[in-house]
Design a protein around this ligand. Structure first.
Ligand SMILES: Nc1ncnc2c1ncn2[C@@H]1O[C@H](COP(=O)(O)OP(=O)(O)OP(=O)(O)O)[C@@H](O)[C@H]1O
Ligand SMILES: [Mg+2]
Length: 296
């Protein structure tokens, strides 16, 4: 079944306040078991998630729990078996008058991937990569106008002076700089939502914080809603308003970030949080023991 088929189901009442919403989305994959028999993997099992305008939601969970599948479904890169995706309360890909067409959808919802090297065309310059997105989505045509917008986007992601970067190839950039190019390309369409699937996990620890701060700034200054997928609870806590936890294809927890971290309801979330390094916890323990927080 596909996204279209799912519309046969009665639509649930729209949540008008959500910028983007997954409503009971199920995605299955057919595979072969070790004995060659057919096996169905339910990567997402009736998963619901919403993003309010200008909200950052962190999506965490162990490897294989279905995070990327959900993000790909939300980005329309993945057909769904059942359920519904809604943009500002409007169903996606329906035949109804109020449904959003995929072309308009991609102008609102953009994805950033884990590996900026693989997601950028290595044979093209930054001018071409970002300029193309600008032309397709903004309606700007003239060479000068497109160049100006491209330079502006490079400045937004703090690649400055932008003139030094515009004619480079992705291979002549560091990992962190390449991820900024991916973000600039996503911003070229002036999206309301960015789906960021482990955007910092391939970056050096020292530059992760810069990319996180950039995402935070985009939300603050441009009102972009962001789904931030990560294995790193500390960064999820640092950046997000709400936190969603997936476990084996189901959403086991979804609430205010501090609430989820400080009083997790599900066993899996408790394990996840207990396993995460928490510098504050070490400091608190030392303080209780009367040690200096700086002692080893
Ligand atoms: N194209 C596919 N074909 C078959 N099975 C798939 C496919 N994509 C994902 N799966 C399966 O769906 C499940 C969820 O995978 P998914 O990539 O969504 O997990 P994830 O939470 O993003 O994991 P990770 O943290 O490792 O990135 C896994 O069991 C995976 O093997
Ligand atoms: Mg993944």
């Amino acid at each position: 079944m596909t996204v279209q088929d799912s519309l046969a189901q009665p639509p649930a009442p729209p949540a008008a306040e959500a910028a983007l919403e997954a409503h009971e989305v199920t995605v299955t994959f057919e595979g072969k078991g070790r004995d060659g028999s057919r096996q169905t993997v339910t990567a997402c099992d009736a998963v619901s998630l919403s993003l309010a305008p200008a909200e950052i939601v962190a999506l965490v969970g162990e490897s294989g729990s279905g995070k990327t599948t959900l993000a790909r479904a939300l980005g329309l890169f993945q057909d769904i078996d059942s359920g519904q995706i809604r943009l500002s309360g409007r169903p996606v890909r329906g035949r109804g008058k109020d449904s959003v067409r995929p072309r308009d959808y991609y102008g609102e919802v953009q994805m950033i991937f884990q590996d900026p090297f693989a997601s950028l065309n290595q044979l093209k310059t930054i001018r071409h990569i970002i300029g193309r997105a600008v032309r397709i989505h903004s309606g700007l045509r003239g060479r000068r106008a497109v160049e100006e917008r491209t330079l502006e986007l490079l400045e937004t992601v703090h690649l400055t002076p932008a003139e030094d970067y515009i004619d480079r190839y992705p291979s002549a950039l560091s990992g962190g700089q390449r991820q900024r190019i991916s973000i600039a390309r996503a911003l070229a369409v002036d999206p309301t939502v960015i789906l960021a699937d482990e955007p910092t996990s391939m970056l050096d620890v020292s530059i992760r914080i810069d990319v996180l701060n950039l995402l935070s700034e985009l939300r603050r200054e441009k009102g972009v809603a962001i789904l931030y997928i990560t294995h790193d609870i500390a960064s999820a806590r640092y950046i997000s308003d709400r936190m969603a936890v997936m476990y084996k294809g189901t959403m086991v927890e979804f609430g205010e970030t501090e609430q989820v971290v400080l009083s997790p309801q599900h066993d899996y979330t408790r394990t996840l949080i207990a396993a995460a390094p928490d510098p504050g916890r070490r400091t608190r323990r030392r303080r209780r023991r009367g040690d200096s927080p700086l002692s080893a």
